[in-house]
Design a protein around this ligand. Structure first.
Ligand code: GLC
Length: 554
């Protein structure tokens, strides 16, 4: 397998609003980020992905962009961004921007012009249609954020399509002028020196001709007509012409992606359209259809999904590995255990970072932040949480049950401010009030406390990332899942005569684990662990709650 810098790196994701407030207005910003670059570097990552920093009315906190070539006043200025970029580069950190081009904000100039009517040169930048008959939307599509996917504009008697919130009108990528705009935006940031892009819902940008009715399901009806649409590859190929002129990297967000389909985009070779993809399969092991229909966590399913992505891509394409981001609740509260926070936090880190692929780490994950469990909907901020709450109410689900789902599944679980210290407002801001409430557990869970504790999750992440960096087997080894009971995820990686065994327990129960005959634990070096004292019994051991161990044979 060819070695590449983007395969070697690990990436830290910043959701700017909640990372660090440098100017004391209660909102995270570039000044705050600048003050934390050394912290990020010390963690041992190689790149930062910034969730959108652009001007935005924040209907979807930055994913509704009003201007692609500037920085939001909330976060600072373009000059300040350039300073952050330079300072990151000086520290050997790459910088990756979020490219959100499936839609803009309704506040974008293009949309404001587009609304003026068919004669306006920007009208065809968006997807406008007449109603099927008066008062009836052009088709039956529903927004993935709930409600109809069409909004009526009285002045021009037409509807515009929005597969997300109504403040996020979909761009008409079939219009070559729109694609040219996208290419210009890509160039703008690459010329400034950024190193790549995370491409937001990039598999949604091509819609089926004629926009036919979708299969009538209560959420995201019509998705089969805009996910992996007919011209997707063509459009990505066009964008690639720009990327090929730079030494940069791309990771595309791809809901409902399968390995077979993914290979059509990320298989290495002349027609590789993206370097990697974020799939969602492993995020569906505690829910059905949407994160909000919560079911008990099934480790067996998680293992199968991982084994498939590891096997199917090996030697052909590269995985993008993550367990948290700004759309996903905190992983310890989902697949781990808050009671065994330290053990399960380390186990989950090991579980995915020791697989083949580029690991992404979301702010706060490295200190084991947990869901804040905010009990009433009025205290939330996220549009999709409000809309899902309203939908569940319409479906007759009692509020008490909906709030249980919300406390588990809302995206806001990952968006509370970063917990830097035990000081007021967790050291996130000097303002009286932060923009969003802070998890009260910040007095115990915070960066300062984690730094000073040799057994902390933070110090474990540092060790783990260093181990990955220094050992090619972690990056390039092949992957074989071991047959064990459902709560144990164990796999062996092999590379150039070396072997590594990774054991992860997803239970608080003790389970007898025995290594395969051809992996002699007694001859191996224990390189990572989350309990003191790690005796062996023959070629195995009894696992302790959420135990992880990594053994290496050189
Ligand atoms: C992606 C983003 C999410 C956003 C949506 C619409 O899924 O990660 O935060 O709401 O796209 O842009």
């Amino acid at each position: 397998m060819e070695k590449k810098w983007y395969k070697e790196m690990s990436v830290y994701q910043i959701w700017p609003r909640s990372f660090c407030d440098g100017n004391g207005d209660g909102i995270g910003d570039l000044k705050g980020i600048l003050s934390k670059l050394d912290y990020i570097k010390e963690l041992g990552v190689d790149a930062i992905w910034f969730s959108p920093l652009y001007p935005s009315p924040n209907a979807d906190y930055g994913y509704d962009i009003a201007n692609y070539r500037d920085i939001s006043e909330d976060y600072g200025t373009l000059e300040e961004f350039k300073t952050v970029l330079d300072e990151a580069h000086k520290r050997g950190l790459k910088v990756i921007m979020d490219l959100v081009v499936n839609h803009t904000s309704t506040e974008h100039e293009w949309f404001k012009e587009s609304m003026k009517g068919e004669d306006n040169p920007y009208h065809d930048y968006y997807i406008w249609r007449k109603g099927r008959k008066p008062g009836k939307e052009p088709n039956n599509w529903l927004s993935t954020f709930q409600g109809k996917a069409w909004e009526y504009c009285k002045d021009i008697d037409k509807y515009y399509l929005h597969v997300f919130a109504k403040e996020q009108p979909d761009l008409n990528m079939d219009n070559p002028k729109v694609r040219q705009e996208v290419k210009d935006i890509i160039k703008f940031w690459l010329d400034m020196g950024v190193d790549g892009f995370r491409e937001d819902v990039i598999t949604f940008i091509s819609k089926k001709e004629g926009l036919p009715n979708g299969f009538p399901i209560p959420t995201a009806c019509g998705i089969e007509h805009y996910m992996n649409g007919p011209h997707l590859k063509e459009y990505l190929r066009e964008f690639k012409e720009i990327y090929d002129q730079y030494d940069c990297f791309t990771v595309g967000e791809a809901p409902m992606m399968t390995t077979k389909r993914a290979l059509e985009f990320i298989k290495e070779g002349d027609d590789q359209l993206l370097n990697m993809m974020f799939h969602f399969e492993h995020m569906g092991c505690d829910n059905v259809i949407t994160n909000w229909i919560v079911t008990p966590f099934k480790p067996g399913k998680l293992k199968k999904v991982y084994a498939r992505w590891q096997k199917d891509l090996y030697g052909k394409a590269w995985n993008a590995n993550y367990i948290e981001n700004h759309d996903q609740p905190r992983i310890i509260s989902r697949y781990g255990s808050e009671k065994y926070r330290q053990q399960s936090g380390k186990m989950l880190a090991t579980m995915y970072i020791c697989q083949s692929g580029t690991p992404f780490i979301y702010q706060g994950q490295e200190i084991g932040m947990t869901n804040p469990k905010i009990p009433t909907i009025d205290r939330y901020k996220d549009v999709s949480s409000f809309n899902t709450y309203a939908l569940f109410r319409k479906l007759g689900i009692p509020d008490s049950i909906t709030m249980k789902f919300c406390m588990y599944a809302s995206r806001d679980n990952a968006r509370t401010p970063m917990q830097w210290s035990a000081e007021k407002n967790a050291g996130f801001t000097t303002a009286e009030e932060p923009w969003f409430e802070i998890n009260p557990n910040y007095t115990e869970i915070n960066v300062e406390a984690e730094k000073n504790n040799p057994h902390s999750i933070l110090n474990y992440y540092k060790k783990l990332l260093k181990f990955r960096k220094e050992n090619d087997i972690v990056k390039y080894g092949d992957f074989e899942m071991l047959k064990t009971c459902k709560d144990i995820f164990a796999y062996v990686r092999t590379y150039e005569g070396q072997k590594m065994l990774v054991l992860c327990s997803f239970t608080d129960k003790e389970i007898a684990f025995r290594a395969p005959k051809d992996f002699d634990l007694n001859a191996a070096e224990l390189v990572l662990w989350n309990y003191d004292n790690n005796p062996l019994v023959h070629n195995g051991f009894m696992t302790r709650p959420y135990e992880t161990r990594v053994y290496l044979i050189k």
